[in-house]
Design a protein around this ligand. Structure first.
Ligand code: DX5
Ligand code: ZN
Length: 217
């Protein structure tokens, strides 16, 4: 399967997001990192920003909710125009309920795991998930270093999905650059999130094209 890319707007210039969106119009998704200052030590934006940008892109909006008790806001983020909503396994006591809520709204559901969280917690969720978002840095900030042992975690998850024939993609998020991309794709990543490696570059369109070239070779 062709590797897909989800540039994260976290590293984009927030004063000109409309233009930044256009620079990655050849990507497969747009990744929105929502942070509440409680679940993670940083605050970004909420559904109003997603709603404001929705008319300016045809790409699917992939919204990563790094917020505590995400079920409180699922409906708002779906209404704002998210095509995929991902919640953290660690952020609620009722993660299956949160996933069910997302699916009942007719959009795709993802579950994310922090680097220290083992895959075991996904066991009874996988049949209902459209994607698993494996964090390869501790969530909260762009521009961090990829945690090397996550490659093994991706491989183990890919094996579980394959053996059970689940219809679930693996998205990997954090510290992905041209130098480690191939290894992550070979481990089993279907969707690559990249913030600083794309929007931190002078020419984001060229940076995305270069990452695609590397993933496909
Ligand atoms: C981190 C976010 C990531 C982040 C990735 O909490 O979930 O999406 O923006 O940024 P880079 O690619 O710079 O590590
Ligand atoms: Zn993210």
């Amino acid at each position: 399967m062709k590797t897909e890319f989800a540039p994260s707007l976290l590293s984009a210039d927030f004063s000109q997001l409309k233009e930044e969106l256009k620079s990655v119009k050849d990507s497969d998704y747009l990744h929105f990192d929502v942070m509440d200052g409680v679940y993670v030590p940083n605050i970004t934006f909420g559904p109003a920003l997603i709603k404001a940008l929705r008319p300016h892109s045809d790409l699917p909006f992939d919204t990563h909710l790094m917020i505590t008790k995400p079920e409180r806001y699922i409906e708002e983020f779906a209404e704002a125009g998210s095509d995929i909503l991902t919640v953290h396994l660690e952020a609620t006591e009722h993660v299956h309920r949160a996933i069910q809520m997302i699916k009942d709204l007719g959009i795709k559901a993802g579950c994310s795991l922090n680097p220290a969280t083992p895959l075991e917690g996904l066991k009874y969720l996988l049949p209902d998930l459209d994607q698993v978002l494996i964090m390869s840095v501790n969530p909260g900030f762009g521009g961090q270093k990829y945690i090397p042992q996550i490659t093994e975690k991706i491989k183990s998850l890919a094996k579980i999905i394959k053996e059970n024939n689940y219809d679930c993609k693996i998205e990997v998020d954090g510290g992905i650059k041209t130098h480690n991309l191939k290894k992550i794709v070979d481990a089993g990543a279907d969707i690559i999130v990249a913030g600083s490696a794309i929007f931190g570059q002078k020419d984001p369109a060229a940076a995305l094209a270069e990452m695609r070239r590397i993933a496909e070779n």
